[in-house]
Design a protein around this ligand. Structure first.
Ligand code: SF4
Ligand code: SF4
Length: 390
């Protein structure tokens, strides 16, 4: 038997079952050199003039064009929304570290030499969630650390060569926070304007995750602030009880559907973990293909979840819906901005916990919800209307 089944602690295997994870014996930790954004910097099979222009457009080299939502004002707002995130991710560029994306966020404050008197793990978990909201997070859950989801290596962004992806010893828990994206902007996908919804949350989450991590360090415990770096956040968000996996490769949350980004903190603070229980969102996806039907390059699968794919950008040994990452990112590069049509059209983006539709969708009446959703997917909001509505 190969890793991880022979080395994975029992409590993680038990929560795998509760979360619906099916992991096969050919599982291997994901190498961050193979994520699409990293490959677009070193892999000639991915990198081309469009991908270079895509990255350049996030600086001052945006090339506005006639299409609605792709004008100078749209790119200007998108790039301004990314500003704080960019400042953090660029501040260690000289050392080959792109903080928050290809390397964890460097601690700005030390760990206090004395540990604070803590309450019970239950009380401290409740307090951490309260403070996550105080700093601006919309969702927060806690789970055990699980090295299976940590990148086997990360790129040095100066040399684009692999380097170790290490964390300090002794970390035990992961605090996962969710950050709601602006619905009106998401309604305009695909457009450069819509990318402001993504950028604004990265800028928000950079501040929130760094502040909460600083609080924990001030109490005398380790706290590594992390955004997309260091580990796959999707399995962590699911294990922290924040949502379920969707066909569109996103975490579907009861509160915002897929319209949410996640950040995380690795810590050794003793905290109660959240339990995973079935919500019925993944089950709904088995009989829905709205996102796959709407995807311009047809990058999303319409069939059942499968293990692996031919692409190095798909994690090995996990049964799940996997996109054709090359086709998806190729479309992003073509339009010079991120696409999230599959987020916009998802019915869980429009109907949340507490609505009749959600109740139907997560019950045995989900076929009624599917019939309803097919007939009521809202049309894209014209970017000119978004500007006009302000
Ligand atoms: S982001 Fe766009 S291109 Fe990529 S899978 Fe979703 S709809 Fe398709
Ligand atoms: S559009 Fe349908 S299949 Fe796609 S993620 Fe949403 S509910 Fe699941």
């Amino acid at each position: 038997m190969t890793w991880p089944a022979n080395t994975t602690p029992k409590h993680l295997l038990e929560s795998d079952a509760a979360a619906g994870f099916e992991i096969t014996d050919d599982f291997a930790r994901f190498d961050q050199m193979n994520d699409m954004f990293t490959r677009a910097m070193w892999d000639d099979k991915v990198r081309n003039k469009d991908t270079d222009a895509f990255f350049a457009s996030y600086r001052m080299e945006a090339a506005p064009r006639r299409g609605e939502g792709f004008g100078q004002r749209d790119f200007a707002l998108r790039n301004a929304a990314w500003l704080i995130s960019d400042i953090i991710s660029n501040r260690s560029a000289d050392t080959g570290l792109r903080e928050g994306f290809q390397g964890a966020i460097v601690n700005d404050t030390p760990v206090a030499p004395t540990k604070a008197d803590l309450g019970t793990p239950h009380d401290e978990a409740r307090e951490i969630k309260r403070l996550a909201r105080f700093f601006g997070a919309d969702l927060c859950g806690i789970t055990h650390i699980d090295p299976r989801w940590h990148y086997s290596q990360r790129p040095d962004t100066k040399t684009m060569k692999p380097v170790p992806n290490d964390l300090p010893d002794g970390l035990t828990h992961v605090i996962v926070m969710g950050h709601e994206m602006d619905k009106t902007l998401v309604d305009t996908y695909p457009s450069a304007l819509a990318g402001a919804a993504t950028g604004r949350e990265y800028s928000h989450e950079a501040a929130i995750v760094m502040q909460l991590a600083a609080y924990i360090r001030n109490l005398g415990f380790q706290a590594i602030a992390s955004m997309n770096d260091t580990a796959l956040v999707i399995p962590y968000a699911i294990k922290a009880g924040l949502g379920e996996y969707g066909r569109n490769q996103m975490v579907l949350t009861p509160e915002f559907g897929p319209r949410v980004r996640f950040s995380k903190i690795f810590t050794d603070m003793p905290l109660d973990v959240d339990r995973v229980h079935e919500l019925g969102l993944t089950r709904y996806c088995h009989n829905c293909t709205i996102c796959a039907d709407a995807c311009p390059p047809k990058a999303l699968p319409k069939g059942p979840p499968r293990v692996g794919s031919n692409s190095p950008s798909t994690v090995k040994g996990v049964k799940k819906w996997s996109a054709n990452c090359e086709a998806c990112f190729g479309y992003w590069a073509k339009i010079k901005t991120d696409c999230a049509i599959c987020m916009r059209v998802c019915p869980f983006n429009h109907h949340h916990r507490g609505t009749v539709w959600y109740w139907l969708a997560t019950s045995r009446w989900r076929y009624v919800a599917q019939w309803w959703a097919k007939r009521s997917t809202p049309a894209r909001l014209k970017p000119s209307m978004w500007w006009g509505s302000r």
